[in-house]
Design a protein around this ligand. Structure first.
Ligand code: NDP
Length: 450
C-alpha cells in the first residue's frame, strides 16, 4: 500500500462520520501520488499525518436572546488548520449544516488554496450551525456579538483573520467587527470583508466571482478560445454567483441561470444582475421575486427537479460555474453537462463537484478549474485588505482588481506548469494540489517538529 493510502485508511477509520472532510482529503492525496513517488522526504517527515490534522480545533457555545426574549443556544467553531506559511485565514459559515466535519473539509482545502495565491496566509475555517434565514436584523446582531465574545481571544491581525462565507456577508462582518473592537479596544485588520468606511477593501465583494471568471478565461486562453459569446450556467444566488454573473456579462458571455436552496431561474435573455442584487442583497428574498420582476424568466422549484440531480446542470451551456455549495454537482449532472456540449467548468463554490463528477470532467479532458484554484480570488483579495489595513491606507478599485487579475493568472500558470511537470498536462486538480501542497510541506519541514 502506498504512503498516502496508509494515511487515508487510518483517517477514514478515525473520522468515519466526517464524510466531507474525508472526501476533501482523498481528492488531495490521490493527486499527490506522483509527487510522493518522486521523493520520500514527505513520508520521512510524516507530512501527510501532520497536515491532515488541524493545529487547533476550537469549539464554543453561543448563547443569545431572540426577539421574544427567549434564550437560544448554537455551536460555534474555529478550525485553525495550518499556519506554516502565514497567519490562519479563512471564512466563517453560518448555516444549519455546519459541523466539525464540514469545517474541517473547508479548513483543509483552505491551506492549499491560500498557498496557491502566492501570499503568506495559513489555512482556517469557522462558523456556526446558526441559521440566519428568517432572523431579524437585531437577532443577527445579537448572535454575531455573542459569537465574537467567544471567538475574539483566538484571533488577531497577525494570528487568525476570519472573513465571510455562506450566510456571512457584509452585515454580519460589520456586527462581528463592531463586537471585536468593543471587547478588545483595538482597531486592527482582524476580519476581512469589512465595510468600506471601516477598513474594507474595494473589490473584495466582487473578488471571488470575478476571480473565477478570470480563471476560466485563462483556461480557455490555452486553446486560443475566449468567454465572449459563450452561454453559461451559474448555480447559487449569493455573493459568489452574483459577481460571477456580473463579470461574465462584462466579458461578453451570457449567464442564463442562478439558483438558491428553493429553486432556480432560467433567463434566456441573460441574468439581469441589477434585479438579482435587488432580490438577494437588498430584499434578501427568494428567487420567486426575480420571476415577479422579470416575468419572461422561468422559475423551477426544487420540488420539480429530478431527485438526486441539480436542474441547473440540465440546461444546455458552453460553460458551467457552480457557485452555491459542496456536492451540488454529481456524476449524473457531469454526464448531462458533457452530453449537452459543455466544454468548461470553473468552481466558484468549495468542493461543488463530487469525486465521480471530477473524474468525468478529467476523463473527457474539458477545461476543469477546481475550487482551490478557481475561487482563490476571494481569499487573495482578503489578504490585499490585510495589506491595506496594516499600512493604514486604501487602494482604488482598479488597483485591487488588477492585482486580483494578476493573481488568478499566476495561479492558473502555476497549476498548469505543475501538471506538466508531473506529465499530467491539463489536469489542474493535480497541478493545483501539488503546487499548493509543496510550499506548505517544505515550510513545515524547514520549521521543524514541535
Ligand atoms: P452566500 O451565502 O452568499 O450564497 C450561497 C448561495 O448558495 C445562496 O444562493 C444559497 O441559497 C445557495 N445554497 C447554499 N446552500 C445550499 C444548498 N445546500 N442547496 C442549494 N443552494 C444552496 O454564500 P457565498 O456566495 O459566499 O458562497 C457560495 C460558495 O462559495 C460556498 O461554497 C463558499 O464556501 C464558496 N466561497 C465563497 C467565498 C466568498 O468570498 N464568499 C470565497 C471562496 C469560496 P439560499 O440563500 O436559499 O440558502
Amino acid at each position: 500500500m502506498s504512503y498516502s493510502q496508509v494515511v487515508y485508511d487510518r483517517l477514514s477509520k478515525i473520522y468515519a462520520h466526517q464524510s466531507e472532510y474525508l472526501q476533501a482529503v482523498l481528492e488531495v492525496l490521490v493527486s499527490l501520488e506522483p509527487l510522493l513517488k518522486s521523493t520520500n522526504i514527505y513520508e520521512k517527515n510524516k507530512i501527510l499525518e501532520r497536515i491532515t490534522e488541524p493545529e487547533r480545533l476550537i469549539q464554543f457555545k453561543v448563547e443569545w436572546l431572540d426577539d421574544k426574549g427567549e434564550i437560544q443556544v448554537n455551536k460555534g467553531y474555529r478550525v485553525q488548520f495550518n499556519s506554516a506559511i502565514g497567519p490562519y485565514k479563512g471564512g466563517l459559515r453560518f448555516h444549519p449544516s455546519v459541523n466539525e466535519g464540514v469545517l474541517k473539509f473547508l479548513g483543509f482545502e483552505q491551506i492549499f488554496k491560500n498557498s496557491l495565491t502566492g501570499l503568506p496566509i495559513g489555512g482556517a475555517k469557522g462558523g456556526s450551525d446558526f441559521d440566519p434565514k428568517g432572523k431579524s436584523d437585531n437577532e443577527i446582531m445579537r448572535f454575531c456579538q455573542s459569537f465574537m465574545l467567544n471567538l475574539y481571544r483566538h484571533i488577531g491581525a497577525t494570528v487568525d483573520v476570519p472573513a465571510g462565507d455562506i450566510g456571512v456577508g457584509g452585515r454580519e462582518i460589520g456586527y462581528l467587527y463592531g463586537a471585536y473592537k468593543k471587547i478588545t479596544n483595538t482597531y486592527e485588520g482582524v476580519l476581512t470583508g469589512k465595510g468600506l468606511n471601516f477598513g474594507g477593501s474595494l473589490a473584495r465583494t466582487e473578488a471571488t466571482g470575478y476571480g473565477t471568471v478570470y480563471f476560466a478565461r485563462e483556461m480557455l486562453k490555452t486553446k486560443n478560445d475566449a468567454l465572449e459569446g459563450k452561454i453559461c450556467t451559474v448555480s447559487g444566488a449569493g455573493n459568489v454567483a452574483i459577481y460571477c454573473c456580473e463579470k461574465l456579462h462584462q466579458v461578453g458571455a451570457k449567464p442564463i441561470t442562478v439558483s438558491d436552496s428553493r429553486g432556480m431561474i432560467l433567463d434566456e435573455n441573460g441574468i439581469n444582475v441589477d434585479v438579482l442584487k435587488q432580490v438577494k442583497e437588498v430584499e434578501r428574498a427568494s428567487l420567486t421575486r426575480y420571476k415577479e420582476l422579470v416575468p419572461s424568466a422561468k422559475y423551477i422549484s426544487v420540488d420539480e427537479y429530478k431527485k438526486g440531480t441539480n436542474a441547473v446542470w440540465s440546461v444546455k451551456c458552453d460553460a458551467a460555474f457552480p457557485c452555491a455549495t459542496q456536492n451540488e454537482l454529481n456524476k449524473e449532472d457531469a454526464i448531462t453537462l458533457l452530453n449537452n456540449g459543455c466544454k468548461l467548468v470553473a468552481e466558484g463554490a468549495n468542493m461543488p463537484s463530487s469525486i465521480d463528477a471530477i473524474n468525468v470532467f478529467l476523463d473527457a479532458k474539458i477545461h476543469y478549474g477546481p475550487a482551490k484554484a478557481a475561487n482563490a480570488g476571494g481569499v487573495a483579495t482578503s489578504e490585499l485588505e490585510m495589506q491595506q489595513n496594516a499600512s493604514m491606507c486604501s487602494w482604488s478599485f482598479e488597483k485591487v482588481d488588477s492585482k486580483l487579475n494578476d493573481i488568478m493568472t499566476h495561479i492558473h500558470e502555476n497549476a498548469a506548469m505543475t501538471a506538466k511537470e508531473f506529465k499530467a498536462d491539463g489536469n489542474l486538480v493535480l497541478g493545483a494540489n501539488i503546487a499548493g501542497f509543496r510550499k506548505v510541506a517544505d515550510s513545515m519541514i524547514a520549521l521543524g517538529v514541535m
